[in-house]
Structures are given as structure tokens and as C-alpha cells.
Write a protein that binds this ligand. Structure first.
Ligand code: ZN
Length: 203
């Protein structure tokens, strides 16, 4: 399975990193080895001094598809979760400056947190889901899927033009503003509305 991640999908986050607003979604991937195993802490890797948390809504693909029209995209996923796209920001910045790919900064072991999955039927509208990340019980990121530049169904349409989607693939739909550094002993807890989806200790 693969993890397909969307960058720059919330205007407020684009502004905080002073990135240009894209005309197409920014896509990158993480391998399955990036998934942080359940109940394991996140270990800060020795190649970075600036690991950022990016909290994101996740969707799990349940049917194989290619060139999926956005009208039918809803048939390709049933489950929603919340996760973290951990990013070695210092490394990403230097790779970006050199025009190199971001993989080392985004796809390293443990860089993908996947929370518990729930049925999308639990939501009246997937384009209006409130979520947040707390660091040591303080809110650091807050978002709602209604502020996505590309909504879930549009992302499925766009991504599936390039990559065949397979059962079990996960799409990370992008982060809102508030990304920030994590340090040893931080506890990161993610919520959709008031339901907890994950809690991670940083080591
Ligand atoms: Zn991200």
C-alpha cells in the first residue's frame, strides 16, 4: 500500500510557510515503512533539528480505481481518520532550495501517524469536518475540511490521473496552519470534533 500526501491544501498554511498558492495540488508519497506502528512513540531522527507536526484528515481507499471522476469519488472510500505528516522542515527547506525531491524530509521511518478509522457515515458532510491537534493538552492546530482548496472528491479525481489507487491506500489531505516543532516528551493528541483519534509520545 502507499501513502499519498497532498501539500499546500489550506490557504492559511500556505501563507505561514510563505509558499506560492499552487494551481494544481502538490503531491508526494510516503512508503509503508513510514507508518508509525500503533502504540509506539515517535523518535526524533538524528538528521533533523526541526521536526514539524502536520495534522491531516486521512481517507482510506476501498476499491481499485484509475481516472476516477469526482462525481464517483465517494464510492472509493468509506473510512476517515486523522493523522500526522511528520516533516523534517530543516531538511525539506534545504532540499527545496536545491530543487531536490523531498523524500528524505517526509518519507522517513515513523513519519506517518495513522489514527483509528471510523465510517464516513459518522459525518453528515465530509466537507465540513472539524479537527485539531493538541500538544501537551494545548491546541496547536485547528482546521475544517471546508477550508481545503481541493475537497476530498477532487483530490481522488486528481491523484487517480497519475496513480492507480488500490485497496488500503491512504490519502493525507493536507494540513491547516499552526505547524510547529516537536521536542522530546511532547504528547501529541489528535481529535475530530471531540473524539480522540491518536495520542503519540515524542522521544
Ligand atoms: Zn502535510
Amino acid at each position: 500500500m502507499k501513502l499519498i500526501c497532498i501539500g499546500r491544501n489550506y490557504t492559511d498554511h500556505i501563507e505561514e510557510l510563505e509558499n506560492e498558492k499552487p494551481t494544481d495540488p502538490v503531491i508526494f508519497m510516503k512508503p509503508d515503512t513510514a507508518i508509525l506502528l500503533k502504540k509506539q512513540p515517535f523518535f526524533i531522527p538524528d538528521f533533523s533539528n526541526e521536526i514539524h507536526h502536520e495534522v491531516e484528515i486521512l481517507i482510506k481507499i476501498k476499491k481499485v480505481g484509475k481516472y476516477i471522476d469526482k462525481k464517483f469519488a465517494h464510492k472509493y472510500y468509506d473510512e476517515i481518520s486523522l493523522g500526522i505528516d511528520f516533516t523534517a522542515r530543516d531538511l525539506q527547506t534545504s532540499l527545496k532550495q536545491k530543487g531536490l525531491p523531498w523524500e528524505k524530509a517526509k518519507a522517513f521511518d515513523g513519519a506517518a501517524v495513522i489514527g483509528n478509522w471510523v465510517s464516513k457515515k459518522e459525518f453528515t458532510n465530509v466537507d465540513d469536518i472539524d479537527f485539531r491537534l493538541e500538544k501537551n493538552e494545548e491546541i496547536v492546530q485547528q482546521g475544517n475540511t471546508k477550508f481545503m482548496l481541493w475537497k476530498i472528491d477532487e483530490l481522488i479525481e486528481y491523484v487517480s490521473k497519475y496513480f492507480t489507487l488500490k485497496i488500503g491506500d491512504v490519502i493525507f489531505t493536507g494540513t491547516p496552519a499552526g505547524v510547529g516543532t516537536v521536542k522530546t516528551n511532547d504528547i501529541l493528541t489528535g481529535y475530530i470534533s471531540d473524539k480522540q483519534f491518536f495520542s503519540i509520545k515524542v522521544k
